[in-house]
Ligand binder design. Structure first.
Ligand code: XMP
Length: 509
């Protein structure tokens, strides 16, 4: 395995993903990790990430410099390089010119991490400080016009440093450079696959759970679905999944979950029909945060009541992913203002005094999808776009009523039908319809209409933190609009949302 020390770079998770794309397991840990823990982990290599701090700042992050005495290869990236240089007796200085963006990299020595890399290649820079003097034993291995020490190495001790970011796509040779570090320098093996992961995860679940019973809230989304199948593989009928039909799901969603998990996988599934209670509580509520809170609270209430009906439950399983774990412990500027109260089951374990089982907590989303495939989940479920916990309730602006739900569900079916037919479903982060609380005048067959407006939201994104509105071909938009107005009673106008995130958000509420 490779250990990545998190110095707070926004690209950290990318480093981890690049390493894993080479089928090498890696873990991101905060800099305060102890030397003995590192020793116990027995990493084949250590990567020191970039970070926003300057090494001379008072509280700049530092890892125990003992890592340089373990005989383990180290790769420092940007701040990571500066940390290494500083710790080993070199000098870091403020650059005369901050460098940000593309730079032409001249490789001086095509060996080690630059093995088989073109002598000139583009790289992505983002730094204020730069290397003034290298520690003893180091030589310069690459330069750019503005940065004489763009890369350096101490071959004997197997220490390597890059001032640029190999993990971003803007450094075309980056993947190969990281690969060279993993295979040529650290002699890692390509054995991190979802097959091997599943095997190990199943063993771990066994040792965590023993003969106990586990409960899992199944939403039909990728994460909880994959977690359910993995747990079921491991402990079979000791697992009970609870699916709550809250009435604000997409058309056919609830049946699909029953079909896949009960009929296909033969899992113990408690299917709770709670549509009425959710819609009753949502009656007359227009405020988005109120809607979210009502749905979140009601879900927890129902879930807890179901759990009580199952005797001897000791564990609660969740499909928590690696980015959630990394972000939640981030010491460098965690989540700031609450923009929207997300509906998740994070509050459950504390209240229910259950042991938490999170078998996906070391995986990224794309890996979870691969794992789902490996475990035999239908493609359609594996490649599903994200769907928010509060469901269609936050896509009906204003009050949620049966009538408005019916309109939105129908429009949603038409929209996704066309998006799939145009083979765009997998290319979009999300694509959905939003029902607006205003009516407009139209004309249908010589008759005046006064009906609802429906908005289409389609975005591209990598992680939902930022998003751009999708440039869907006009012809396709025309077809979608035409079909919705013709096929969905109650809609006489369709508009397309052309806002990016930020400043807008993906969902409207
Ligand atoms: P926003 O609207 O904040 O959404 O740009 C970012 C991503 O999060 C999804 N989303 C949610 N997911 N529970 C969830 O599990 C929620 O309460 C929730 N609200 C928004 C949204 O669909 C988008 O992918």
């Amino acid at each position: 395995m490779i250990l990545i020390i998190d110095f707070g770079s926004q690209y950290n998770q990318l480093i981890a993903r690049r390493v894993r794309e080479h089928h090498v397991y890696c873990q991101i840990e905060p800099p305060d990790i102890s030397l003995s823990t590192i020793r116990d982990m027995q990493p084949e290599g250590i990567i020191l990430s970039g970070g926003p701090a300057s090494i001379y700042e008072k509280n700049s992050p530092r890892v125990d410099a003992g890592i340089f005495t373990l005989g383990i290869p180290v790769l420092g990236i940007c701040y990571g390089l500066q940390f290494m240089v500083h710790a080993l007796g070199g000098d870091v200085i403020a650059a005369a010119k901050r460098e940000y963006g593309f730079a032409e990299l001249q490789i001086i020595s095509q060996e080690g991490i630059f093995k088989d890399i073109e002598p000139t290649t583009k790289c992505w820079m983002s730094h204020g400080d730069t290397i003034g003097k290298l520690p003893q034993g180091f030589t310069i291995t690459a330069s750019t016009p503005n940065t004489p020490v763009a890369a350096a190495q101490d071959r004997k001790r197997r220490f390597y440093g890059l001032q640029f970011h190999p993990e971003v796509v803007h450094t075309p040779a980056g993947k190969q450079i990281l690969g060279n570090f993993l295979f040529t320098v650290c002699r890692c093996q390509e054995n991190w696959t979802m097959k091997s992961f599943a095997r190990e995860a199943i063993d771990e679940i066994h040792s965590q759970v023993g003969n106990g019973k586990v409960i899992l809230g199944l939403s039909g989304g990728v994460d909880s679905s994959v977690a359910a199948v993995l747990l079921h593989r491991a402990i079979g009928n000791q697992l009970t999944c609870v699916f709550v039909d809250n009435g604000v799901l997409r058309q056919g969603e609830a049946q699909k979950v029953q079909e896949v998990f009960q009929k296909h996988f033969h899992m113990k599934l408690r299917f709770v029909r709670a549509r009425k209670i959710f819609l009753d509580r949502l009656r007359g509520v227009e405020n988005p945060e109120k809607k979210r809170k009502i749905i979140g609270r009601t879900f927890i209430e129902i879930f807890e009541a179901e759990a009580k009906k199952i005797k001897g439950v000791g564990c609660l399983a969740q499909g928590t992913l690696y980015p959630d774990i990394i972000e939640s412990r981030s010491t460098f500027g965690g989540p700031s203002a609450v923009i929207k109260s997300h509906h998740n089951v994070g509050g459950l374990p504390k209240r229910m005094k259950l042991k938490l089982v999170e078998p996906l907590k070391h995986l990224f989303k794309d890996e979870v999808r691969l794992l789902g495939k490996e475990l035999g989940l239908p493609e359609e479920m594996v490649w599903r776009q994200p769907f928010p916990g509060p469901g269609l309730a936050i896509r009906i602006i204003g009050e949620v009523t049966e009538k408005r739900l019916t309109i939105l569900k129908k429009a949603d079916v038409v929209l996704l039908d066309e998006i799939r037919a145009a083979e765009l479903y997998g290319k979009l982060w999300q694509c959905f319809a939003v029902l607006l609380p205003i009516k407009s005048v139209g004309i249908m067959g010589d008759q005046r209409t006064y009906e609802n407006i429906l908005a289409i939201r389609a975005v591209t994104s990598d992680d939902a933190m930022t998003a751009d509105w999708a440039r869907i071909p006009h012809e396709l938009l025309a077809k979608i609009s035409n079909r919705i107005i013709n096929e969905v009673r109650g809609v006489n106008r369709v508009v397309y949302d052309i806002s990016s995130k930020p400043p807008s958000t993906i969902e409207w509420e």
